[in-house]
Ligand binder design. Structure first.
Ligand SMILES: *Cc1c(COP(=O)(O)O)cnc(C)c1O
Length: 449
């Protein structure tokens, strides 16, 4: 196997990787500390101080995702208190398949299906890994850790599923009443045990405000141990690099060529993990970002000016982000937009284009996309496939279309059947508590037990 270009640095396994804040005013943290607190105390996001570099030969004879994960993540765990647990954590987290499926109707295109986990979206990977880490960090704790999550739909379900029945951890999920789909609501409310779910009489911002107020209360924090399972946690980001690495290696072995990934993007959590995998020397050509009508990122790549804005509501709702938080991590890695443009490109896709892509691929190829994945398919077909390019592309499929039946079914005029893991949840009883959107009520809840 050839060595992909750009492999100069090697990691030194004897020194532990430190994690720095993107703001730069917090002391460096160990991996365990960074995962435990979520956000640095200066408000920044944690990034590794140095990245290890890999060659394809480091993964020789490796087949399974768990093995790729253990090798790729080992330098990040080196010297940390969780180091000896890494293999067990990877086994625990990578418990469902992530197939790379060729598309029979387009020879140079494949799909990386990230939706075979318990809640049928890619967030299952990061949430499960974070839960596996926190469970191990919590073994000695005298008091349970309370994980707080405000959700507009997808994140809460993945976090609830990942933490369900983990000893030493209680989960508090807040979602806005009437503003999540019936299937999403089921995925939020079907867990019970250590997962406490609150239907808040308000909008998503109310849920987020309640969680933020709880974190800001030093009085509450002096009696309770609180953390967040928000997508900015490094414990959710690192494991996402694993599926990029694995897919790139499988493609490289099969064709001897680097693949480019087309990634549906909102907060840039998924995409930054791919950019990190590329940075570590995995055989990846370009990372192509597909956004919905929220075009903060494509505009930045074009103009060099970072202009966050209010988010617009679109059909690809899990990507409705006007101020992508992981941009801080990207700019930390590539402060210069010119360097970024050499490896990353981005296009915005409108609702109308999403609808057309879903309809067309279904009618012509019997291929169904969720509205998020449809943005990637659109970008591929309209901006990448032309021009006689010999490039190989991998579409990153972030969710199963059956999760978004209210968008898809009217377009294709047919019912979509659910994957078995999701269908199983639909038969469980729902359990939740109604909560008014004022902090006093939430504080009361958190004080109990
Ligand atoms: C969260 C989500 C996205 C966006 O991922 P980011 O990491 O925020 O860019 C895309 N698709 C689906 C289905 C999601 O749930």
């Amino acid at each position: 196997m050839d060595i992909p270009a750009g492999c100069t640095r090697r990691n030194d396994p004897t020194t532990a990787v430190k994690y720095l804040s993107t703001v730069g005013r917090s002391a460096p943290a160990t991996l365990s500390a960074a995962i435990g607190v979520g956000l640095a105390d200066d408000g920044g996001l944690f990034v590794p101080e140095v990245f290890p570099t890999f060659q394809s030969s480091d993964f020789a004879r490796v087949e399974s995702l768990v093995e790729v994960a253990t090798i790729l993540l080992s330098p990040f765990f080196s010297g940390d208190e969780m180091e000896s647990e890494l293999a067990a954590i990877c086994h625990d987290a990578f418990s469902f398949p992530v197939p790379l499926r060729p598309l029979p109707y387009k020879p140079s295109l494949a799909v990386l299906e990230l939706f075979h986990g318990p809640t049928a979206a890619f967030k299952d990977v990061g949430a499960r890994f974070l839960a596996a880490c926190l469970q191990r960090l919590e073994q000695q704790a005298a008091k349970p850790l309370k994980v707080l999550v405000a959700t507009s739909g997808d994140t809460g379900g993945a976090v609830a599923a990942a933490f369900h029945q983990r000893p030493g951890i209680e989960v508090y999920v807040l979602y806005p009443a009437g503003l999540v789909s019936p299937r999403q609501e089921k995925q939020l409310t079907c867990w019970d045990d250590n997962v406490h779910v609150f239907r808040v009489g308000g909008v998503f911002d109310d849920c987020q405000r309640l969680v933020k107020e709880a974190f800001a209360s030093s009085e509450l924090r002096s009696v309770q141990r609180l953390t967040s399972a928000n997508s900015i946690s490094i414990g959710r980001l690192l494991p996402q690099s694993v599926y990029y690495a694995a897919a790139a290696l499988w493609h490289w072995r099969e064709y001897g060529r680097k693949a480019s990934f087309v990634v549906p993007t909102g907060n840039l959590g998924n995409a930054v993990a791919g950019i990190w995998a590329r940075h570590m020397g995995l055989p990846i050509d370009r990372i192509v970002l597909a956004t919905n009508a929220n075009r903060t990122i494509p505009d930045y790549l074009e103009t060099g000016r970072w202009e966050p804005r209010q988010s617009l509501a679109t059909l690809a709702s899990a990507m409705d982000v006007g101020n992508p938080s992981n941009m801080e991590r990207l700019r930390h890695l590539h402060p210069d937009v010119k360097t970024l443009n050499e490896q990353v490109s981005a296009w915005a896709v409108s609702d109308e284009q999403i609808r057309n892509q879903i309809k067309l691929d279904y009618e012509q190829h019997d291929q169904l996309w969720c509205p998020h994945t449809a943005t990637a398919a659109y970008v591929h077909d309209h901006y990448l496939a032309n021009g006689g390019s010999t490039q190989d592309h991998i579409l990153v499929a972030t969710a199963h279309p059956a999760k978004f039946e209210t968008v898809i079914e009217p377009l294709i005029e047919k019912e979509i059947s659910m994957p078995p893991a999701l269908a199983k949840l639909m038969h469980l009883p729902s359990c939740f508590t109604d909560l008014s959107p004022d902090y006093a009520a939430f504080q009361q809840v958190l004080r109990q037990a």
